[in-house]
Design a protein around this ligand. Structure first.
Ligand SMILES: Cc1ncc(COP(=O)(O)O)c(C=O)c1O
Length: 421
Protein backbone atom coordinates (compact mmCIF):
# COMPACT_ATOMS: atom_id res chain seq x y z
CA UNK A 1 0.00 0.00 0.00
CA UNK A 2 2.84 2.41 0.79
CA UNK A 3 4.79 3.81 -2.11
CA UNK A 4 8.53 3.31 -1.90
CA UNK A 5 10.65 6.30 -0.88
CA UNK A 6 13.19 7.91 -3.14
CA UNK A 7 15.72 5.78 -1.26
CA UNK A 8 13.26 3.09 -0.47
CA UNK A 9 15.68 0.48 0.81
CA UNK A 10 16.75 2.79 3.63
CA UNK A 11 13.54 4.77 4.02
CA UNK A 12 13.20 5.88 7.63
CA UNK A 13 9.48 5.74 7.15
CA UNK A 14 9.56 2.07 6.28
CA UNK A 15 11.95 1.34 9.12
CA UNK A 16 10.29 3.22 11.93
CA UNK A 17 6.84 4.58 11.37
CA UNK A 18 5.08 2.39 8.87
CA UNK A 19 4.19 -0.33 11.39
CA UNK A 20 2.53 1.99 13.90
CA UNK A 21 0.65 3.77 11.19
CA UNK A 22 -0.43 0.64 9.49
CA UNK A 23 -1.85 -0.68 12.80
CA UNK A 24 -3.73 2.59 13.21
CA UNK A 25 -4.89 2.38 9.59
CA UNK A 26 -6.08 -1.21 10.10
CA UNK A 27 -8.21 -0.06 13.03
CA UNK A 28 -10.10 2.43 10.87
CA UNK A 29 -10.38 0.27 7.79
CA UNK A 30 -13.84 0.43 6.29
CA UNK A 31 -14.60 3.86 7.72
CA UNK A 32 -14.94 6.85 5.42
CA UNK A 33 -12.46 9.76 5.70
CA UNK A 34 -15.26 11.84 7.18
CA UNK A 35 -15.90 9.22 9.86
CA UNK A 36 -12.20 8.93 10.71
CA UNK A 37 -11.92 12.74 10.94
CA UNK A 38 -13.22 12.64 14.51
CA UNK A 39 -11.48 9.45 15.65
CA UNK A 40 -9.07 10.71 18.31
CA UNK A 41 -7.41 7.29 18.76
CA UNK A 42 -6.33 7.40 15.15
CA UNK A 43 -5.13 11.01 15.18
CA UNK A 44 -3.17 10.54 18.40
CA UNK A 45 -0.83 8.26 16.44
CA UNK A 46 -0.35 11.00 13.84
CA UNK A 47 0.14 13.71 16.48
CA UNK A 48 2.94 11.70 18.04
CA UNK A 49 4.84 11.58 14.78
CA UNK A 50 5.61 15.29 15.19
CA UNK A 51 8.14 16.89 17.54
CA UNK A 52 6.37 20.22 18.02
CA UNK A 53 6.80 22.25 21.20
CA UNK A 54 3.60 21.59 23.13
CA UNK A 55 4.25 24.59 25.40
CA UNK A 56 2.92 26.82 22.68
CA UNK A 57 -0.08 26.17 20.49
CA UNK A 58 0.93 26.80 16.92
CA UNK A 59 -2.11 27.69 14.85
CA UNK A 60 -0.18 29.30 12.04
CA UNK A 61 0.50 26.24 9.93
CA UNK A 62 -0.63 28.22 6.91
CA UNK A 63 2.60 30.20 7.15
CA UNK A 64 4.83 27.15 7.20
CA UNK A 65 4.29 23.72 8.73
CA UNK A 66 6.59 21.54 10.80
CA UNK A 67 7.82 18.22 9.46
CA UNK A 68 7.22 14.96 11.29
CA UNK A 69 10.23 13.40 12.97
CA UNK A 70 10.98 10.98 10.12
CA UNK A 71 11.29 13.87 7.67
CA UNK A 72 13.59 15.80 10.00
CA UNK A 73 15.72 12.71 10.55
CA UNK A 74 15.96 12.08 6.83
CA UNK A 75 17.20 15.62 6.24
CA UNK A 76 19.74 15.25 9.03
CA UNK A 77 20.92 11.95 7.68
CA UNK A 78 21.25 13.26 4.12
CA UNK A 79 23.00 16.34 5.42
CA UNK A 80 25.56 14.23 7.25
CA UNK A 81 26.04 12.18 4.13
CA UNK A 82 26.47 15.32 2.00
CA UNK A 83 29.15 16.60 4.35
CA UNK A 84 31.15 13.42 4.09
CA UNK A 85 32.14 14.63 0.62
CA UNK A 86 29.70 17.16 -0.83
CA UNK A 87 30.42 16.94 -4.53
CA UNK A 88 30.50 13.14 -4.47
CA UNK A 89 27.55 12.47 -2.17
CA UNK A 90 25.33 15.30 -3.44
CA UNK A 91 25.95 15.12 -7.14
CA UNK A 92 26.59 11.43 -7.58
CA UNK A 93 24.52 9.80 -4.83
CA UNK A 94 21.72 12.06 -3.61
CA UNK A 95 21.10 13.34 -7.13
CA UNK A 96 20.03 9.81 -8.06
CA UNK A 97 16.98 10.35 -5.91
CA UNK A 98 15.54 13.19 -7.94
CA UNK A 99 13.87 11.12 -10.66
CA UNK A 100 12.14 8.70 -8.26
CA UNK A 101 11.04 11.75 -6.26
CA UNK A 102 9.63 13.39 -9.37
CA UNK A 103 7.65 10.20 -10.03
CA UNK A 104 6.24 10.21 -6.50
CA UNK A 105 5.27 13.87 -6.66
CA UNK A 106 3.65 13.30 -10.03
CA UNK A 107 1.68 10.36 -8.63
CA UNK A 108 0.25 12.60 -5.91
CA UNK A 109 -0.33 15.46 -8.34
CA UNK A 110 -2.00 13.10 -10.84
CA UNK A 111 0.11 14.18 -13.80
CA UNK A 112 3.11 13.04 -15.80
CA UNK A 113 6.50 13.24 -14.08
CA UNK A 114 7.55 15.18 -17.18
CA UNK A 115 5.33 18.03 -15.98
CA UNK A 116 6.89 18.37 -12.51
CA UNK A 117 9.93 20.44 -11.55
CA UNK A 118 11.24 20.36 -7.99
CA UNK A 119 12.33 23.67 -6.49
CA UNK A 120 12.31 25.63 -3.24
CA UNK A 121 8.89 27.20 -2.80
CA UNK A 122 5.75 28.64 -4.39
CA UNK A 123 7.35 32.01 -4.94
CA UNK A 124 10.09 30.46 -7.05
CA UNK A 125 7.64 28.24 -8.93
CA UNK A 126 5.17 31.01 -9.73
CA UNK A 127 7.73 33.69 -10.49
CA UNK A 128 9.30 31.26 -12.95
CA UNK A 129 6.04 31.40 -14.86
CA UNK A 130 5.39 35.11 -14.36
CA UNK A 131 8.83 36.12 -15.64
CA UNK A 132 9.11 33.22 -18.06
CA UNK A 133 5.99 33.96 -20.11
CA UNK A 134 6.48 35.99 -23.28
CA UNK A 135 4.00 38.85 -23.08
CA UNK A 136 3.98 41.88 -25.36
CA UNK A 137 3.63 45.51 -24.25
CA UNK A 138 -0.08 46.18 -23.87
CA UNK A 139 -0.95 42.55 -23.07
CA UNK A 140 -3.06 42.27 -19.95
CA UNK A 141 -2.88 40.02 -16.90
CA UNK A 142 -5.78 39.70 -14.52
CA UNK A 143 -5.37 38.94 -10.83
CA UNK A 144 -6.94 40.00 -7.56
CA UNK A 145 -6.13 42.26 -4.63
CA UNK A 146 -6.34 39.14 -2.48
CA UNK A 147 -3.52 37.26 -4.23
CA UNK A 148 -0.22 36.74 -2.43
CA UNK A 149 2.09 39.80 -2.22
CA UNK A 150 5.13 38.08 -3.80
CA UNK A 151 3.02 37.28 -6.83
CA UNK A 152 1.38 40.70 -6.99
CA UNK A 153 4.82 42.29 -6.80
CA UNK A 154 6.18 40.01 -9.51
CA UNK A 155 3.37 41.05 -11.86
CA UNK A 156 3.92 44.70 -10.99
CA UNK A 157 7.61 44.35 -11.74
CA UNK A 158 6.83 42.65 -15.04
CA UNK A 159 4.46 45.47 -15.88
CA UNK A 160 7.24 48.00 -15.19
CA UNK A 161 9.83 46.11 -17.21
CA UNK A 162 7.77 44.87 -20.13
CA UNK A 163 4.95 47.37 -20.43
CA UNK A 164 2.20 44.85 -19.80
CA UNK A 165 -0.93 45.90 -17.95
CA UNK A 166 -1.67 44.20 -14.63
CA UNK A 167 -5.28 44.53 -13.47
CA UNK A 168 -6.56 43.46 -10.07
CA UNK A 169 -10.16 42.86 -9.16
CA UNK A 170 -11.22 42.69 -5.51
CA UNK A 171 -13.45 40.20 -3.74
CA UNK A 172 -15.35 40.59 -0.51
CA UNK A 173 -14.83 37.13 0.95
CA UNK A 174 -16.41 34.89 2.07
CA UNK A 175 -18.34 34.16 -1.09
CA UNK A 176 -20.41 30.98 -1.33
CA UNK A 177 -21.16 31.19 -5.01
CA UNK A 178 -18.76 29.99 -7.73
CA UNK A 179 -20.66 31.71 -10.51
CA UNK A 180 -20.31 35.08 -8.81
CA UNK A 181 -16.53 34.58 -8.62
CA UNK A 182 -16.20 33.41 -12.23
CA UNK A 183 -18.39 36.29 -13.42
CA UNK A 184 -16.19 38.84 -11.63
CA UNK A 185 -13.13 37.60 -13.51
CA UNK A 186 -15.04 37.39 -16.76
CA UNK A 187 -16.28 40.95 -16.45
CA UNK A 188 -12.71 42.26 -16.09
CA UNK A 189 -11.43 40.48 -19.21
CA UNK A 190 -10.61 42.63 -22.25
CA UNK A 191 -9.55 41.58 -25.77
CA UNK A 192 -5.96 42.05 -24.56
CA UNK A 193 -6.16 39.73 -21.54
CA UNK A 194 -3.67 36.91 -21.97
CA UNK A 195 -3.36 35.46 -18.47
CA UNK A 196 -5.48 35.01 -15.35
CA UNK A 197 -3.67 34.49 -12.06
CA UNK A 198 -5.80 32.72 -9.46
CA UNK A 199 -5.01 31.67 -5.90
CA UNK A 200 -6.48 28.22 -5.23
CA UNK A 201 -6.86 28.78 -1.50
CA UNK A 202 -6.70 32.45 -0.56
CA UNK A 203 -4.02 32.69 2.10
CA UNK A 204 -5.58 35.58 4.03
CA UNK A 205 -8.77 33.77 5.03
CA UNK A 206 -8.89 30.41 3.32
CA UNK A 207 -11.52 30.90 0.62
CA UNK A 208 -11.34 28.06 -1.92
CA UNK A 209 -11.57 29.43 -5.43
CA UNK A 210 -13.34 27.61 -8.30
CA UNK A 211 -10.14 27.23 -10.35
CA UNK A 212 -11.59 24.76 -12.82
CA UNK A 213 -14.59 26.95 -13.63
CA UNK A 214 -12.34 30.00 -14.01
CA UNK A 215 -9.99 28.01 -16.25
CA UNK A 216 -12.83 26.80 -18.48
CA UNK A 217 -14.18 30.31 -18.87
CA UNK A 218 -10.66 31.66 -19.56
CA UNK A 219 -9.67 28.94 -22.01
CA UNK A 220 -12.82 29.52 -24.04
CA UNK A 221 -11.41 33.01 -24.63
CA UNK A 222 -7.85 31.83 -25.35
CA UNK A 223 -6.56 33.01 -21.94
CA UNK A 224 -4.04 30.99 -19.93
CA UNK A 225 -4.42 30.32 -16.21
CA UNK A 226 -1.73 30.29 -13.54
CA UNK A 227 -2.79 28.72 -10.27
CA UNK A 228 -1.13 29.59 -6.97
CA UNK A 229 -1.55 26.36 -5.04
CA UNK A 230 0.67 27.28 -2.09
CA UNK A 231 -1.97 26.20 0.41
CA UNK A 232 -3.93 23.57 -1.43
CA UNK A 233 -1.40 20.90 -2.43
CA UNK A 234 -0.91 18.34 0.33
CA UNK A 235 -4.00 19.66 2.08
CA UNK A 236 -6.89 18.92 -0.23
CA UNK A 237 -7.33 15.73 -2.16
CA UNK A 238 -7.28 16.79 -5.80
CA UNK A 239 -5.27 16.17 -8.94
CA UNK A 240 -3.66 19.17 -10.59
CA UNK A 241 -4.92 18.38 -14.12
CA UNK A 242 -8.48 18.35 -12.75
CA UNK A 243 -8.10 22.08 -12.06
CA UNK A 244 -7.51 22.53 -15.82
CA UNK A 245 -4.99 25.31 -15.22
CA UNK A 246 -1.90 25.66 -17.40
CA UNK A 247 0.60 26.31 -14.62
CA UNK A 248 0.59 25.49 -10.90
CA UNK A 249 3.08 26.34 -8.18
CA UNK A 250 3.14 25.15 -4.59
CA UNK A 251 5.20 25.03 -1.41
CA UNK A 252 5.74 21.54 -0.07
CA UNK A 253 6.69 22.92 3.36
CA UNK A 254 3.12 23.90 4.06
CA UNK A 255 0.53 21.16 4.35
CA UNK A 256 2.63 18.35 2.91
CA UNK A 257 4.97 18.82 5.91
CA UNK A 258 8.02 18.45 3.69
CA UNK A 259 11.34 20.04 4.73
CA UNK A 260 11.29 23.81 4.97
CA UNK A 261 12.45 25.25 1.67
CA UNK A 262 10.88 22.75 -0.73
CA UNK A 263 8.47 23.49 -3.56
CA UNK A 264 7.10 22.24 -6.84
CA UNK A 265 6.19 23.60 -10.25
CA UNK A 266 3.71 21.99 -12.63
CA UNK A 267 3.55 23.01 -16.26
CA UNK A 268 1.22 21.39 -18.74
CA UNK A 269 3.40 19.39 -21.10
CA UNK A 270 2.71 21.41 -24.24
CA UNK A 271 3.48 24.73 -22.49
CA UNK A 272 6.97 23.84 -21.20
CA UNK A 273 8.80 24.89 -24.36
CA UNK A 274 7.54 28.46 -24.35
CA UNK A 275 8.40 29.30 -20.70
CA UNK A 276 11.85 30.81 -20.18
CA UNK A 277 13.58 29.31 -17.13
CA UNK A 278 14.37 31.73 -14.30
CA UNK A 279 17.92 30.39 -14.01
CA UNK A 280 18.84 29.46 -17.55
CA UNK A 281 20.40 26.28 -18.84
CA UNK A 282 21.81 25.37 -22.23
CA UNK A 283 18.40 24.91 -23.81
CA UNK A 284 16.06 27.62 -22.56
CA UNK A 285 13.45 26.85 -25.22
CA UNK A 286 13.64 23.12 -24.56
CA UNK A 287 10.62 21.03 -23.67
CA UNK A 288 12.25 19.11 -20.83
CA UNK A 289 10.78 20.20 -17.46
CA UNK A 290 14.25 19.73 -15.93
CA UNK A 291 15.34 23.02 -17.48
CA UNK A 292 13.65 24.69 -14.47
CA UNK A 293 15.90 22.83 -12.04
CA UNK A 294 19.21 24.41 -13.05
CA UNK A 295 19.14 26.32 -9.78
CA UNK A 296 22.84 26.13 -8.95
CA UNK A 297 24.05 24.57 -5.72
CA UNK A 298 21.20 24.01 -3.32
CA UNK A 299 20.17 21.70 -0.50
CA UNK A 300 19.96 18.11 -1.68
CA UNK A 301 19.09 16.94 1.86
CA UNK A 302 16.01 19.17 1.88
CA UNK A 303 14.99 17.99 -1.55
CA UNK A 304 15.40 14.32 -0.73
CA UNK A 305 13.54 14.76 2.55
CA UNK A 306 10.41 15.39 0.46
CA UNK A 307 10.28 11.64 -0.18
CA UNK A 308 9.65 10.85 3.49
CA UNK A 309 6.98 13.57 3.67
CA UNK A 310 5.22 11.88 0.76
CA UNK A 311 5.44 8.51 2.50
CA UNK A 312 3.88 10.02 5.61
CA UNK A 313 1.17 11.84 3.66
CA UNK A 314 0.27 8.79 1.59
CA UNK A 315 0.13 6.59 4.66
CA UNK A 316 -2.49 8.85 6.23
CA UNK A 317 -4.26 9.15 2.91
CA UNK A 318 -4.91 12.51 1.20
CA UNK A 319 -8.69 12.51 1.68
CA UNK A 320 -8.48 11.42 5.31
CA UNK A 321 -6.00 14.21 6.00
CA UNK A 322 -8.16 16.81 4.26
CA UNK A 323 -11.24 15.78 6.23
CA UNK A 324 -9.37 15.78 9.54
CA UNK A 325 -7.99 19.28 9.02
CA UNK A 326 -11.40 20.56 7.95
CA UNK A 327 -12.88 18.88 11.03
CA UNK A 328 -10.36 20.70 13.24
CA UNK A 329 -11.22 24.03 11.60
CA UNK A 330 -14.94 23.41 12.09
CA UNK A 331 -14.37 22.20 15.65
CA UNK A 332 -13.03 25.54 16.87
CA UNK A 333 -15.04 27.71 14.50
CA UNK A 334 -18.34 26.21 15.66
CA UNK A 335 -17.35 26.81 19.28
CA UNK A 336 -16.75 30.53 18.76
CA UNK A 337 -19.03 31.60 15.94
CA UNK A 338 -22.04 32.52 18.09
CA UNK A 339 -20.14 34.31 20.84
CA UNK A 340 -21.27 37.96 20.92
CA UNK A 341 -18.67 40.24 19.34
CA UNK A 342 -16.94 37.38 17.51
CA UNK A 343 -17.11 37.03 13.75
CA UNK A 344 -15.67 34.60 11.24
CA UNK A 345 -14.26 35.75 7.90
CA UNK A 346 -14.51 32.36 6.24
CA UNK A 347 -17.32 30.15 4.97
CA UNK A 348 -17.75 26.91 6.90
CA UNK A 349 -19.11 25.08 3.88
CA UNK A 350 -16.72 22.29 2.88
CA UNK A 351 -16.54 23.39 -0.75
CA UNK A 352 -15.32 26.86 0.24
CA UNK A 353 -12.86 26.18 3.06
CA UNK A 354 -10.64 23.55 4.60
CA UNK A 355 -7.83 24.40 7.05
CA UNK A 356 -7.78 28.18 7.22
CA UNK A 357 -10.38 30.33 8.92
CA UNK A 358 -10.28 33.98 9.91
CA UNK A 359 -11.72 35.26 13.18
CA UNK A 360 -12.05 38.70 14.70
CA UNK A 361 -13.35 40.30 17.87
CA UNK A 362 -15.25 43.55 17.78
CA UNK A 363 -13.22 46.44 19.15
CA UNK A 364 -9.83 44.81 18.57
CA UNK A 365 -7.39 45.03 15.71
CA UNK A 366 -6.06 41.72 14.39
CA UNK A 367 -2.64 42.63 15.78
CA UNK A 368 -4.08 43.25 19.26
CA UNK A 369 -5.89 39.94 19.21
CA UNK A 370 -2.81 38.12 17.89
CA UNK A 371 -0.73 39.62 20.72
CA UNK A 372 -3.23 38.84 23.45
CA UNK A 373 -3.63 35.27 22.28
CA UNK A 374 0.07 34.73 22.53
CA UNK A 375 0.87 36.77 25.62
CA UNK A 376 -1.90 35.30 27.72
CA UNK A 377 -2.64 31.89 26.23
CA UNK A 378 0.53 31.03 24.26
CA UNK A 379 -1.53 30.54 21.14
CA UNK A 380 0.39 31.52 18.02
CA UNK A 381 -1.73 32.83 15.15
CA UNK A 382 -1.22 35.63 12.65
CA UNK A 383 -3.00 38.98 12.58
CA UNK A 384 -3.97 39.91 9.03
CA UNK A 385 -4.59 43.42 7.81
CA UNK A 386 -4.50 43.32 4.03
CA UNK A 387 -6.69 45.24 1.58
CA UNK A 388 -10.27 44.56 2.75
CA UNK A 389 -9.28 41.64 5.02
CA UNK A 390 -9.00 42.19 8.75
CA UNK A 391 -8.87 39.11 10.98
CA UNK A 392 -6.65 36.72 12.81
CA UNK A 393 -5.83 33.73 10.61
CA UNK A 394 -6.06 30.37 12.33
CA UNK A 395 -4.63 27.22 10.75
CA UNK A 396 -4.48 23.86 12.52
CA UNK A 397 -2.63 20.87 11.11
CA UNK A 398 -2.82 17.11 11.67
CA UNK A 399 -0.71 17.34 14.81
CA UNK A 400 -3.12 19.84 16.43
CA UNK A 401 -5.07 18.33 19.33
CA UNK A 402 -8.66 19.03 20.34
CA UNK A 403 -7.31 20.30 23.68
CA UNK A 404 -5.28 22.89 21.76
CA UNK A 405 -8.44 24.03 20.05
CA UNK A 406 -10.41 24.04 23.32
CA UNK A 407 -7.75 26.34 24.77
CA UNK A 408 -7.93 28.57 21.72
CA UNK A 409 -11.75 28.71 21.64
CA UNK A 410 -11.81 29.36 25.41
CA UNK A 411 -9.35 32.21 24.92
CA UNK A 412 -11.52 33.78 22.22
CA UNK A 413 -14.54 33.54 24.50
CA UNK A 414 -12.70 35.16 27.43
CA UNK A 415 -11.22 37.94 25.33
CA UNK A 416 -14.57 38.66 23.66
CA UNK A 417 -16.28 38.83 27.07
CA UNK A 418 -13.62 41.20 28.37
CA UNK A 419 -14.20 43.51 25.40
CA UNK A 420 -17.98 43.74 25.94
CA UNK A 421 -19.04 47.09 27.30
C1 LIG B 1 -1.09 32.09 -1.57
C2 LIG B 1 0.39 32.05 -1.38
N1 LIG B 1 1.18 32.05 -2.45
C3 LIG B 1 2.52 32.00 -2.35
C4 LIG B 1 3.12 31.96 -1.11
C5 LIG B 1 4.61 31.93 -1.04
O1 LIG B 1 5.06 30.78 -0.44
P1 LIG B 1 6.62 30.59 -0.17
O2 LIG B 1 7.00 31.60 0.85
O3 LIG B 1 6.74 29.21 0.32
O4 LIG B 1 7.30 30.84 -1.47
C6 LIG B 1 2.36 31.95 0.04
C7 LIG B 1 2.99 31.91 1.37
O5 LIG B 1 2.36 31.91 2.40
C8 LIG B 1 0.96 32.01 -0.10
O6 LIG B 1 0.16 32.04 0.97
Amino acid sequence: MLTAGAFSASSLFNLSLAKGLSTANDAVEGYTPLEVAGDEDYWTVIQQAYTVDRNIINLNNGGVSPSPRIVQEAVERYNKMANEGPSYFMWRILDQGREPLRQKLAALAGCSAEEIAINRNSSEALITIIYGLDLEPGDEVLGTKQDYPNMINAWKQKALRNGIKYTQISFNFPIENDEEIVAAYEKAITPKTKVIHVTHMVNWLGQIMPVKKIARMAHAKGIEVICDGAHSFGLMDFKIPDLECDYFGTSLHKFLSAPIGSGMLYIKKDKIGKIWPLVCNDNPRGTDIRKFETLGTRSFPIEQGIGEALNFHNAIGPKRKEERIRYLKNYWANKVKDIPGVSLSTSLKPEYSCAICGVSIQGMTPQELDKQLFDKYKVHVVGITWENVSCVRVTPHVYTTLQDLDTFAGAIEEIAKSKKV
